[in-house]
Every structure is written in C-alpha cells, then in structure tokens.
Design a protein around this ligand. Structure first.
Ligand code: NI
Length: 169
C-alpha cells in the first residue's frame, strides 16, 4: 500500500482523456488499494485515476458517514440520467480549498466493473450521483472549475499557481 501524489490544477496532465482498463488484474487491484488509501488520507469522497496520473478509466468513491463503504467503478458508463438537474457545491482534491456550484443530474444509472472485475449496475442519487458525475468528468480530462465563468476560473488558476509556488519556496 502506498499514498499516491495527487495532481493539482492547473496541471495539464489533468486534461488527459483516460483509456478503458483492459483487464482487472493484480496491477489494477493494487492501484485500487492505493487510490482508496490516498482518498481516505486526503479526506476526499472520490478520486479518479487521472488525478494520480494514471490515465485509465477507474474511480474510487466513499460518500458514507463512517468512511467504510468504498465503491470502485472501472470503465464506468452512464446508461440513464434524470430529467432534473440541480446546482450543488463541489470541491476537488486537485483544487484544494476551492468550492463552487456546478449543475448535475439529480440521479444517474451507471454500469461498471467492480474491484474484482464483476459487472454491476449502480443506481445513484443525492451526493453519490453528484460524486460519480464529478469523477467521470475527471476521466474525460475535465476539472469542475471548467464549469465556472472564465473570470472565476482564471482567479482560481492564479491562486493555485501562487500556492504551489509558495509550497516549493
Ligand atoms: Ni475532483
């Protein structure tokens, strides 16, 4: 087990499009273990492989209060979205300290492989639905701040770059 470094916005590697996982083998199972450990350590509710610089379609999520219901989605595909959408406040481990509203479907159905390679269907609403949409965006190379106005996004970019410079100094 190992903690993985998380890429920070505006790192261009966050915009790479992930490829499907070819096989749920030992390498992928190790990656899942490390990603879960990294997510729990960072106190996040979701983490996409893209954020740890692995460009394959894999996400881990835990929206439970006790942080003991890990959900692993490999090669996730949306099969249904609700007609209703709402704006929810989101944050992201790759954009620390920034929270803003993003419009998402209220409910989604997703097919994916689980951590053992078995196919499953997830019917999600509430925070889980929002989290799944946020993490699936990462796999497409999209960070939530890209939904915000160019003005806000540029402010966030400047703030992040300044924080990263200060961290290195
Ligand atoms: Ni994120």
């Amino acid at each position: 087990m190992a903690l993985l470094p998380i890429l920070c916005y505006p790192d261009p590697k966050l915009h790479k499009v992930a490829k499907p996982v070819a096989q749920v083998d030992a390498r992928i199972k190790n990656l899942v273990t490390d990603m879960l450990e990294t997510m729990y350590d960072a106190k996040g509710i979701g983490l996409a492989a893209t954020q740890v610089d692995v460009h394959e379609r894999l996400i881990v999520i835990d929206v439970s209060e006790e942080r003991n219901v890990p959900l692993v989605l490999i090669n996730p595909e949306l099969t249904w979205t609700s007609a209703e959408k709402h704006i929810n406040e989101e944050g992201c481990l790759s954009v620390p300290g920034i929270y803003d509203g993003v419009e998402r479907f209220d409910a989604v159905h997703v097919t994916a492989l689980d951590g053992s390679g078995k196919s499953r269907v997830i019917e999600a609403d509430g925070m889980l639905a929002v989290c799944i949409q946020h993490e699936m965006d990462h796999l497409m190379g999209k960070v939530f701040v890209e939904y915000l106005s160019p003005l806000k996004r540029n402010r966030i970019k400047t703030k992040m770059l300044k924080a990263q410079r200060e961290e290195r100094a």
